[in-house]
Design a protein around this ligand. Sequence first.
Ligand code: ADP
Ligand code: MG
Length: 653
Amino acid sequence: MPASLPLIELVEVRRAYGGTDGSPAVDVLRGISLSIHAGEFVAIMGASGSGKSTLMHILGCLDRPSAGTYRFAGQEIAAFSADALAWLRREAFGFVFQGYHLIRTLDALQNVEVPAVYAGEPVAQREARARALLTRLGLETRTDHRPGQLSGGQQQRVSIARALMNGGHIILADEPTGALDSQSGAEVMALLKELAASGHTVILITHDRDVAAQARRIIEIRDGRIIADNRQSEVLAKPLLEPAGFAARMNEGVARAASLWTDTREAVTSAWRTFGVNRFRTLLTLLGIVIGVASVIVMLAIGTGTQAKVAQKMALFGTNRMYVVPGSDEARGLGGTLSEQDVPLVREVPNVAAAMPFLRGQVTLRAGHVDAGATIWAVTPDAPRILNWQPVRGQFFTWSDERDLATVVLLGKKVRERLFGSADALGKYVLVNNVPFQVIGELAEKGAVTGDSDDDDVVMMPFSTGSRRVLGKTNLSWISVLLDDVSRSDQTVKALTDQLQAAHHVRDFQIYNAAAAIQAQEDTQRTMTLMLGLIAAISLLVGGIGVMNIMLMTVKERTREIGIRMATGARQRDIQRQFLTEAVMVSLVGGSAGVVVGLATGGALIGWDVPMIFSVRAIVGAFACALATGLVFGFMPARQAARLDPVVALGSD
Ligand code: ADP
Ligand code: MG
């Protein structure tokens, strides 16, 4: 019996299940005391249900005893942090399970590499060693096979290679031959013996007396108690792991962390692999985010586009306009008239910059042999300013034309085209109701900007000429008013009403306030944009909930994988980072695709004449929201995964 410090020492260890939530407590281990020295080859034997696996989980730090003491190399396990336990599982132990416990989404080589990934070993180095281990175990031609493509014996050899990846100083094998045919079983046993002979501490758990007989020490348990402990040989190989100096090594190992960059790269690679395996599901999750981001971008672009178009149209008509229209707004009200004499009254009102009589009527025009009907606008030289409409060629008429009843006209684009085609109209004469008028100007095309091409079907002439010579009436169609200050339009309406009512003695007119109407329209438009944005934001939220749903499902479905990763040495933060990375990557990829889809859809809609203005702020905002969605909705499932108990996770199916 070696007198040195034992590697593993259990004193009166107990493990009970249940008893907390009213269910009867089941004592599985009822006071196990044993010590195992470095380099020993021990078999723990017992009938099924005697507590062997429970004991192994405690030995391998996958589970904690309910009572009693476990010392590893003289240190009490109870005092170890979660990170220290993860280090022990990673660096000291190597597990071989009856059910192999390989990660199904990884190939043989990647499965073997897992413990080294968590140890932060460089890629090339760990890949070379994993390959060497698989070669040593006769699997060099199976490195890129997934567990499902390997036989039981091959899978068990892969799991032995994984156990050896970080050294495998203590091999904990729970019924390693239990699921294998006798040939494969014999091979696995030969391997374990070889490992024991080369200095590994091997703890073999079995219910089979013949298998146990191959170890050099057999501990028999029944009903959670040790009933026999027989040593066959005292000769020990020189052990790989010496208990002395262990504490220092562990402290150093736990403190050392891989760089954030390495960890992140590993998490991204691993997430990418998971997506590759679950392509369809990943695609569906992506779709939620893509639709969310794209709709935010498109909806906001339509909203701002429409808003801008309305604003542009308004700017064209002018926001600082008002119209005095004859007639009362009451159903049985007066017909009412407005005359030229009302215009100076309007001009007297404060805040009125200009006021113009406006008379409209239908006429027939003739140039050469061409006849055309058109609308005439009899206005004053204030028209360009009040209507915000300039001639593109020639001149507008002057106040002296107005005084002299001059027979001059300006032609709208459509009228000019109809009468003169592509020929120059300037200086030519047209007959207006058989009176010759000289064309002194051409008006700018208005339909192109306002969308109302009827405006281009007009002829403008001095008010005096129009009312007296052509149309023969003095009742105005309306008075157009230009304001100095739009913000005072309400007071101006009141002042105008008072002024005209005083002159007419009755309210036989109405005032149409363009500024107020435009304000109302802009408000409606802003509400629309807000609504569109809200709808889009909701769809983004729904996308985010989709991510969370998938992540929660993924965690549930991959609980065993999480258990395996923990058994091979993953820290809680490794697991958390892995799941969070998956969620964030889905949203990153989905967000980017969403931006592209949004811009493409927007581009197509522009082709359909939908007004759109893309804003960088909306695009960046939508993308950032997608990213935040991934972080927020991925966090809970990731934390849930990280908090799983290794044994519970391993036991799930
Ligand atoms: P063995 O590996 O020797 O077959 P186990 O250690 O797996 O036995 O189980 C020993 C006993 O503990 C069994 O009776 C089993 O039902 C019980 N047991 C194991 N795990 C749990 C658990 N998580 N909850 C309740 N009882 C358990
Ligand atoms: Mg068992």
